[in-house]
Design a protein around this ligand. Structure first.
Ligand code: ADP
Length: 249
């Protein structure tokens, strides 16, 4: 039995001010996939995620989420999104716990009171990410790595079926990175969570993801990482001579 599609892009194009940055992208992401998306700077990776999540409307083609056209999709709590990192201003007036709890709004609806289930979900995810001791601190007072962990907690707080991460580890130290990948693998293997990870780190895809998409405005490759890393497509997209050092945990 084949896995159910979670994201289906068919013939997707997108232009900024007439400049095409996504060109006829067709890609299906299935339930339980752990897909890495790589490509050079300006390849359209972030744009692709935004189109996927209905934040940008494609100029042509279709996008379906969990089998529903993105324009009619409503179950947003099934998706956790971690946008590309920007540091919080130290004066940003929210605590760690409040930032994580704000992730429940898509499930709750704005203006509804928090339930016991919300409180428990927040507690659970703070514990999972080792943030219980930081819960009352202002997010802008934390290190960049800790801030990213808070945003990951926010993305996880609804137990999403799909998590979309855009370069989540920029500025994060190596031990936190390893911890982060262990968490992702647990979610993927134990709970069957579908993961989509944009990364500039080609080494990461060699060791972490199960499937790979390489984008350079068009979809250059979609398949198993090993075949891509051994193929000439890699040198076409990146500099010839890029060497991948694989490491496993
Ligand atoms: P990547 O994530 O692969 O680096 P992006 O999707 O961020 O690529 O950007 C693709 C191209 O679109 C780049 O040339 C970028 O400069 C351009 N671009 C991105 N966002 C905007 C925007 N809001 N307005 C105009 N051009 C943009």
């Amino acid at each position: 039995m084949s896995a159910r599609p979670v994201v289906e892009l068919a013939g997707v194009c997108y232009e900024y001010d007439g400049e095409r940055v996504l060109d006829d992208v067709t890609l299906t992401i299935e339930e339980g996939d752990f897909l890495g998306i790589i490509g050079p700077n300006g390849a359209g990776k972030t744009t692709l995620l935004k189109v996927m999540l209905g934040l940008l409307r494609p100029s042509c083609g279709t996008v379906r989420l969990f089998g529903t056209d993105v324009s009619r999709f409503q179950e947003w709590w099934r998706i956790g999104y971690l946008p590309q990192g920007t540091a919080f201003d130290p004066r940003f007036p929210a605590t760690v716990e409040e930032v994580v709890a704000s992730g429940r709004v898509s499930r709750q609806g704005v203006g509804r009171l928090f339930t016991q289930a919300d409180r428990e979900a927040v507690e659970h995810v703070l514990e999972l990410l080792g943030l219980l001791d930081e819960r009352n601190r202002r997010i802008g007072h934390l290190s960049l790595g800790q801030q990213q962990r808070v945003l990951i907690a926010r993305a996880l707080v609804n137990h999403p079926d799909l998590i979309v991460l855009d370069e989540p580890l920029v500025g994060v130290d190596a031990p936190s990175q390893e911890q982060f990948y262990r968490l992702l693998h647990r979610l993927n293997r134990e709970q069957g969570t579908t993961l989509v990870l944009v990364t500039h780190d080609v080494g990461v895809i060699a060791s972490e993801v199960a499937k790979l998409a390489c984008l350079n405005r068009q979809l250059i490759y979609h398949g198993c990482p090993e075949d891509f890393l051994e193929s000439e497509a890699l040198a076409k997209v990146y500099r010839p001579g890029v060497r991948i050092v694989s490491h496993t945990h």
